[in-house]
Design a binder for this molecule. Structure first.
Ligand code: SAM
Length: 259
């Protein structure tokens, strides 16, 4: 008897994710499976003074899932790596905290997001922010070069989450922090969901079961110090909201420290 196992087509997934986030960069007013923009950022807990101080066009394309920069507690002069930086909302807020004596490197694989972030950094005088093309599983950065790695709503999109956490650990100096918001699930999602590239691109299909997610972080060399549920985040489309209810797909923020 032959058993057929469905597999996620990772090439199709990458194309879909790029297409979706190209649209988020270029036409943020469109409706997506998820919320975007300043109303979302405010509801998640981003302080108004931070949002007022960064480029408004970056916030229009904000597609994060939680607030975590209070956990990151970035100090002046620090070096920060933003994995999946999009159009740069978290990179620019982090840059306010590092000041010009620090630096922020945002890494993303979607060209339109990078181009928008670079243009805004240039136009708004954020000389300490640089956006690099690359993958979060193997970001183009030096080892031990960063005090803090941040990420918002991205790691759930990766088919290889262990590689992302290992890359974050490599990029951090010893005792460096990993602070992020992401989507996880209470129950293991069925193949019908995990093999659906469009549900992955909508930040649901790739949600890892929370115990496995924690274990993957710890196995990469971190101790988790804070784990917080983000009740303010919700999915928009009916399909996404149904999957969320059925499998307990939720947003969390966390702080972990490299050994
Ligand atoms: C949900 S958006 C979040 C963007 C940004 N962090 C924010 O809060 O607005 C996901 C971003 O991650 C990028 N991305 C997804 N998977 C990636 C990967 N494997 N490597 C690099 N970038 C990735 C997408 O291009 C997109 O810009």
């Amino acid at each position: 008897m032959s058993v057929t196992t469905r597999r996620l087509d990772t090439t199709e997934l990458e194309e879909r994710v790029k297409r979706m986030y190209q649209e988020v960069a270029l036409e943020p007013e469109h409706e997506f499976h998820f919320e975007t923009g300043r109303p979302l950022a405010e509801r998640l807990g981003y302080p108004t003074d931070d949002l007022d101080a960064i480029p408004g066009a970056a916030i229009e394309s904000f597609a994060g899932v939680g607030y975590f920069l209070d956990l990151a507690a970035i100090s002046p002069g620090e070096a920060v790596l933003d994995l999946g930086s999009g159009s740069g909302t978290d990179s620019f807020v982090a840059a306010r905290a590092t000041g010009t004596e620090g630096r922020v490197v945002g890494v993303d694989m979607t060209e339109a997001q990078l181009a928008k972030g670079r243009r805004l950094a240039d136009e708004h005088g954020f000389g300490q922010v640089e956006f690099r093309a690359g993958y979060i599983e193997r970001p183009p950065v030096e080892d031990d070069g960063f005090d803090c790695v941040v990420s918002n709503g991205v790691i759930n999109l990766s088919p290889d989450k262990s590689a992302v956490f290992e890359a974050a650990a490599r990029a951090l100096r010893p005792s460096g922090r990993l602070a992020l918001a992401d989507i996880v699930s209470q129950r293991q999602l069925p193949e019908g969901v995990t093999c659906d590239a469009s549900l992955w691109a909508a930040c649901i299909g790739g949600a890892m079961q929370r115990d496995g997610y924690r274990q993957a972080i710890e196995a990469a060399g971190f101790t988790i110090e804070t784990w917080r549920e983000n009740d303010a985040y919700r999915f928009v489309s009916e399909r996404a909201a149904n999957a969320t209810k059925k499998y307990g797909v939720t947003s969390i923020s966390l702080l972990a420290r490299r050994h």
